[in-house]
Design a protein around this ligand. Structure first.
Ligand code: ARG
Length: 468
């Protein structure tokens, strides 16, 4: 049953000529906004009931509309060819066409009092809310893996670095938990983005609001939103929720990229701190010996796309007049792509981290170079009342003397040391060790084992609370 209308567009009434073919393809969004179909149908269902509330739909009409919408949803899930073959301009026209196929002119009634401008904003908000839940799950899994690796490596010292130069010994667990802390901040950003998307625009009309007194709060509740958008003009203009989500994703991407950089370095022959898992590495078509850290390199590489999506939408938004503009249609593709990419990235990072074996002997050997305890040696003098700058200078002299003698400073004799300063006493040479250097940082947030254990416990608790 296909009732008569002048053409099959949603807006054809005032037009004499059909659109230019290239332009027509250019302006369509169905190829990508079809992804919003389940949300569009949910909004349609709620809207049908809202229209009944204001006497536009009878009970029978609502029932018929809901049955038809369910049928469309079901077919949409199972009949890809049906979706592929549609010439609809966008997801909104797709559903309207399908409704008219099912119901005849009743299918045209559903668009009473509403606009695609608010529909697309509502659909997109619902998508973003669900997308955030998926990313959150993957991020929590990554954080759990950090906790597992952190607990497994509580006894392994490594050379902590600044400027990529060996600096002071730390625990490998402390290093892993540093990354975990960064990712745990991303959880908070995701939460903020979800709160930002959690407002229902329906009832905003094209820009001015709806002249039928639909119950906006009931509509919002039915769709799972906890509030309504407060201004109809802002509601159709606003994509801050999408920007907030992309910002959260960019934070994760940045953290993944930095983690990846650490692991690419650690996998190099010069470091040899990790054994790359076969399952997350590839080889060379030419050099048989090669095992490359491609999972980490791709994580580092792909993070650029996520940041690009954020910049892309910011650039689109800048300078738009208030209200709906067609430019806003450009919000979706980059966000969909960034979301899909990020979900893969997080699961790959989680898998690669879980499968990584750390080479404790290499890590420990690098951390055990006495040069890395030089700061602790200065602290020894500080405890004897020497001002730090002077202590730093004296230890510098000790290091110079050791270099002259071609041995580590811990192997200088007491006589050598006392020539530099009588403040060096026999206990000075009993002290320096990688274990002591680490154990002395027992302050909260420090690298001593008890501090790292406390940090692990704290993050564990935080994640447990989030899971409930
Ligand atoms: N497809 C559009 C979008 O994604 C929604 C349609 C609004 N079109 C319009 N001419 N007002 O933003």
């Amino acid at each position: 049953m296909k009732p008569e209308r002048k053409n099959d567009r949603l807006w054809g009434g005032r037009f004499e000529k059909a659109p230019d073919e290239r332009f027509d393809a250019f302006q369509r969004s169905w190829t990508f906004d079809r992804r919003l179909l389940p949300y569009e149908i949910a909004v349609d269902r709620a809207w049908a009931k809202a229209l009944q509330g204001v006497g536009i739909f009878t009970e029978t009409e609502v029932r018929q509309t809901l049955v038809a919408l369910d049928k469309i949803a079901e077919r949409g899930r199972n009949d890809k060819a049906w979706l592929d073959s549609s010439t609809a301009e966008d997801v909104h026209q797709f559903v309207e066409n399908a409704l008219v196929e099912e119901l005849g002119p009743l299918g045209w009634k559903l668009h009473t009092g509403r606009s695609r401008n608010e529909l697309v904003a509502t659909d997109f908000r619902l998508f973003v809310i669900e997308a955030i839940a998926d990313i959150r799950k993957a991020l929590l899994a990554l954080l759990q893996t950090f906790l597992l690796q952190g607990k497994a490596n509580l006894k392994v010292p490594m050379a902590g670095m600044t400027h990529l130069q060996h600096a002071q010994p730390i625990l490998l667990s402390h290093f892993l938990m540093a990354h975990a802390e960064a990712f745990s901040r991303d959880l908070a950003r995701l939460q903020h983005a979800a709160a930002s998307a959690d407002a229902c625009p329906m009832g905003s009309g094209a820009l001015a609001g709806c002249s039928f007194a639909v119950d906006r709060n009931a509509l919002a509740r039915e769709l799972g939103f906890s509030r309504i958008t407060p201004n109809s003009l802002d509601a159709v203009s606003d994509r801050d929720f999408a920007l907030d989500y992309l910002f959260a994703l960019t934070g994760i991407a940045t953290h993944l990229s930095r983690l990846a950089e650490d692991f690419v370095l650690f996998a190099s022959q010069e470091f040899s701190y990790v054994v790359l898992p076969d399952e997350y590495s590839t080889g060379s078509s030419l050099m048989p010996q090669k095992k490359n850290p491609d999972s980490w390199e791709l994580l580092r590489g792909k993070s650029g796309r996520i940041t690009a999506a954020l910049f892309s939408l910011f650039t689109t938004m800048k300078g738009l007049p208030t209200s709906y503009q067609r430019d806003l249609q450009e919000d979706k593709e980059a966000l969909f792509a960034a979301h899909d990419q990020m979900e893969n990235m997080l699961w790959v990072a989680q898998g690669a981290l879980a499968a990584t074996k750390f080479r404790a002997e290499r890590l420990c050997a690098a951390a055990s170079n006495p040069a890395l305890f030089a700061t602790d040696a200065a602290d020894y003098l500080v405890l004897k009342g020497v001002p730090f700058r002077q202590a730093h200078d004296l230890v510098g002299k000790v290091l110079r003397e050791a270099e002259k003698q071609g041995k580590p400073w811990t192997q200088l004799t007491l006589a050598d040391l006392q020539k530099i300063s009588p403040l060096f006493e026999s206990d000075f040479l009993q002290n320096p060790s990688v274990e002591n250097a680490i154990a002395s940082k027992a302050i909260p947030g420090g690298t001593a084992e008890e501090s790292v254990r406390a940090a692990i416990a704290q993050l564990e608790l935080k994640l447990k609370q989030l899971e409930n």
